[in-house]
Design a protein around this ligand. Structure first.
Ligand SMILES: [Zn+2]
Ligand SMILES: [Zn+2]
Length: 417
């Protein structure tokens, strides 16, 4: 166990990493993945941003995002109003999803980061490193599922769609949301994850050659050498250790197939119904894009088209390509595949823009006979496609593409297939 060793998360090659200069990064020699990005400050440099983020999150949760005025009627909507409105319309799976992605997960993550960084402030030795490591491991797992940045775009799209028939204005909660997204970006840029892991628990580097058989933790990156049987859990963060994601290809295939099937109703069924003075019809995802274009909001129409229609297709097609090529043991275009994998894994969450827009509109536009908006069944199918394809790219282990294409040597991962 030596924390100068880093295994590439994308291709599995083992490296001995010397500390890069502040602000610089170390890259994989085989596939170019970023192995380690060194922050510019110390471990607790991100603490002020985390504390400011927590304060803005409280403001955001307790204040209205936006107010709408139609024909002398006013209505304000909080994040929770949207969740309640979806639940009242019988859309509880959607209500649950929105509550998790824009409230529960962001709050849990900011609270976790704040607790970990406060425990480590001023170079303190953590009193209980094992529980601190477990807590930081959870905040790392939650990172991709904290979606307030996507929710902010959903709010902007909702605002633009209201412009056609109502007066809408941003309120304190909406401004807090904008501030939070900026602060969170600052926090993620300054947070030096490897330094945090090393401050929690550090195994000193050694001049000895790297172990012949080893397995790397995918959460905290610690490399565990072994002679006979691989250890079952990470000695630092207690995450289960596997040489490769168990049954990665089978589980990814099932998730991709389910996503592809649901993609059809997600696009054919209406996702919401807008009724304005008794006039109105259910509208699909594509219809929403056309509506934005018709009122001249081309950039926004393009954004929603890419996020809601093109990205899910790219994910399903890309993952299918990886699965077929991996099963055939093909080495063709491995570098193109790994680059596409990184794109797919990072942009998938942005497909939720439409889901959040619907939650916001359903909360705000409830004016009885004058105007009302409600979510329809297509929205559940659409949200399911987004979640299934995100899970598929998390479950897919890109290292298997390299194992099957190039017989692994001892630098590429021990302990089994
Ligand atoms: Zn690599
Ligand atoms: Zn670990």
């Amino acid at each position: 166990m030596r924390d100068d060793l880093v295994a590439c998360p994308d291709c599995g090659r083992l490296h001995r990493v010397r500390q890069p200069r502040p602000g610089h990064r170390a890259e994989c020699t085989r596939c170019g993945a970023v192995l380690y990005r060194r922050g510019v400050g110390g471990v607790h440099h991100a603490l002020p941003a985390a504390l400011a983020g927590a304060a803005l999150l409280a403001l955001l949760a307790l204040n209205p995002l936006m107010a709408v005025h139609i024909q002398g009627n006013d209505r304000e909507g909080l994040v929770t109003t949207g969740i309640e409105a979806l639940n009242d319309q019988g859309m509880w799976p959607l209500a649950l999803l929105v509550a998790a992605l824009v409230l529960a997960v962001p709050v849990a993550r900011v609270a976790g980061v704040t607790l970990v960084l406060s425990a480590l402030r001023e170079g303190r030795r953590p009193g209980n490193p094992r529980s601190l490591a477990r807590l930081f491991a959870w905040t790392e797992r939650l990172r991709a599922w904290a979606m307030l940045d996507v929710f902010l775009l959903g709010l902007l799209v909702a605002y633009s769609r209201l412009a056609g028939f109502a007066n809408a204005e941003f309120m304190a909660g909406g401004l807090a949301l904008g501030g939070y997204v900026l602060i969170r970006t600052a926090m993620d840029q300054t947070l030096d994850r490897r330094a945090v892991w090393n401050a929690i628990d550090h195994a000193p580097p050694s001049e000895a050659p790297p172990p012949a058989r080893w397995v790397a933790c995918t959460v905290c990156q610690r490399v565990h050498g072994f002679d006979h049987a691989a250890p079952a859990h990470c000695t630092r963060c207690a995450s289960p250790l596997h040489a490769r994601e168990p049954d990665s290809l089978g589980r990814t295939t099932a998730l991709v197939a389910a996503g592809a099937i649901l993609y059809v109703p997600a696009n054919l069924l209406p996702v919401m119904t807008v009724v304005n003075f008794g006039q109105g019809a259910p509208s699909t995802i594509l219809h929403g894009v056309v509506e934005l274009a018709e009122v001249g909001l081309w950039p926004l129409a393009l954004l929603v088209f890419v996020a809601s229609v093109a990205v899910p297709v790219l994910k399903l097609a890309g993952l299918s390509w990886f699965l077929i090529a991996t099963r055939r043991g093909s080495a063709a275009r491995l570098h193109a595949r790994i680059r596409l994998y990184r794109v797919i894994d990072s942009i998938g969450r942005w497909s939720n823009i439409d889901v959040f827009m619907i939650a916001i509109l359903a909360a705000l536009v409830q004016f009885g006979a004058v105007a009302s908006i409600r979510a329809d069944d297509g929205a559940i199918a659409f949200a399911a496609v987004v979640v299934l394809t995100m899970l598929a790219s998390h479950v897919f282990d890109p290292r298997i593409m390299w194992d099957r294409a190039e017989p692994p040597d001892e630098r590429d991962g021990g302990g089994g297939p």
